[in-house]
Write a protein that binds this ligand. Structure first.
Ligand SMILES: Nc1ncnc2c1ncn2[C@@H]1O[C@H](COP(=O)(O)OP(=O)(O)OP(=O)(O)O)[C@@H](O)[C@H]1O
Length: 259
C-alpha cells in the first residue's frame, strides 16, 4: 500500500551562518517507515540540515513540512515553540552523536527512560518503571543496572540507553546524528544491528546523518549525498553505492572501497 502523503518534506531549505551557506536549497521527501541516510564529508552541512528538520535551526528560505499523527500537515518552523516542543516529545526522537547531549548523566538509567514517558503524559509510577525496565532489556542493558546513572556506563551502553529513551514514547520519526560515531568498531557493529532491528520492528521513519557509507548501506532505504551544503546525488542506497553518478559521490564511494 502506498501511503498517501510523505511524513516529512524539505522544500528548498537554505541555512546560513553569517556569510557561510551551510545548507543550500535542499529538497526531499521522507515516507512513513522509510530510512534515509544523509552522507557527505565533514562540513558538508549534514548536521545543520538535521537540526533544521527538527526545528532547532530556522532556514533563511524554504520550509519543512511534517504530517502529524492526526493527519494534519504542519510547517515545522511556523509552529509556536510550545507546539514544536510537544511534537518533539510525542512524535519525534533525536539521537545525538554524543550520548551526553541526549541523556541526563546523573539520573538513573531507569529515570532517563521513565522521565521521557512522563514528559509525554504518563503518570503511573509502577507502569513507568516496568516500561523502562522492558526498554532497558530491549537495548540489551542488564536489569540490574536500572538504578545506575549512565555516567558510569560504557560509551556503547550510553548510546543504547539514549536509544531506549528516544524510542520509549513510540515516535513516528527519529533523527539520528552519527549514532555510532566515536565508538569502537566492534561496539559500532552491535549498535548498528540493534538500531536496524528496532527500526524494522517498530516501522520507524528515520533520517540518519553519517559519514560512514557502511552505516548507510546497512540501515537506509535511500540516501542523499551532500557536498558543500548541496545534495549532489539522491537515490536508492544500493543504486547510489553501486553506481554513483556524480563525480563527488564516485570519489566518496571509491575512497571507501580503497580504504
Ligand atoms: N553554529 C554555527 N556557526 C557558524 N557556522 C557553523 C555553525 N554550525 C555549522 N557551521 C558551519 O556550517 C557548515 C556545515 O557544518 P555541519 O556541522 O552542518 O557539517 P557536517 O556535514 O555535519 O560536518 P561533520 O560531519 O564534521 O559534523 C560548516 O562550514 C560549519 O563550519
Amino acid at each position: 500500500m502506498t501511503p498517501e502523503a510523505p511524513l516529512l518534506e524539505a522544500e528548498g531549505v537554505t541555512v546560513r551562518f553569517g556569510r557561510i551557506e551551510a545548507v543550500s536549497g535542499v529538497s526531499f521527501s521522507l515516507w512513513p517507515g522509510e530510512v534515509l541516510a544523509i552522507v557527505g564529508e565533514s562540513g558538508s552541512g549534514k548536521t545543520t540540515l538535521l537540526r533544521t528538520l527538527h526545528g532547532d535551526l530556522a532556514p533563511c528560505s524554504g520550509r519543512v513540512l511534517y504530517r502529524r499523527r492526526s493527519g494534519e500537515t504542519v510547517d515545522v518552523h511556523a509552529l509556536p515553540e510550545p507546539a514544536r516542543r510537544l511534537l518533539a516529545r510525542t512524535e519525534w526522537g533525536f539521537v545525538h552523536q554524543n550520548p551526553r547531549d541526549g541523556l541526563r548523566m546523573a539520573v538513573s538509567a531507569g529515570g532517563n527512560v521513565g522521565e521521557r514517558l512522563m514528559a509525554a503524559g504518563a503518570r503511573h509510577w509502577g507502569r513507568i518503571r516496568a516500561e523502562a525496565a522492558a526498554w532497558l532489556a530491549r537495548v540489551e542493558i542488564d536489569a540490574g543496572r536500572i538504578d545506575d546513572p549512565p555516567r558510569i556506563f560504557s560509551g556503547g551502553m550510553q548510546q543504547r540507553l539514549q536509544i531506549a529513551r528516544v524510542l520509549v514514547t513510540n515516535p513516528r520519526l527519529v533523527l539520528m546524528d552519527e549514532p555510532t560515531g566515536g565508538l569502537d568498531v566492534s561496539v559500532q557493529a552491535r549498535l548498528l544491528d540493534l538500531i536496524r532491528s528496532l527500526v524494522r520492528e517498530l516501522g520507524l521513519a528515520a533520517v540518519i546523518v553519517t559519514h560512514d557509507l557502511a552505516v548507510a548501506r546497512l540501515l537506509a532505504d535511500r540516501m542523499l549525498v551532500m557536498q558543500r551544503g548541496r545534495v549532489v546525488e539522491a537515490g536508492l542506497t544500493d543504486q547510489v553505492l553501486d553506481d554513483p553518478q556524480h563525480p563527488y559521490a564516485q570519489l566518496l564511494v571509491s575512497s571507501v572501497l580503497q580504504a
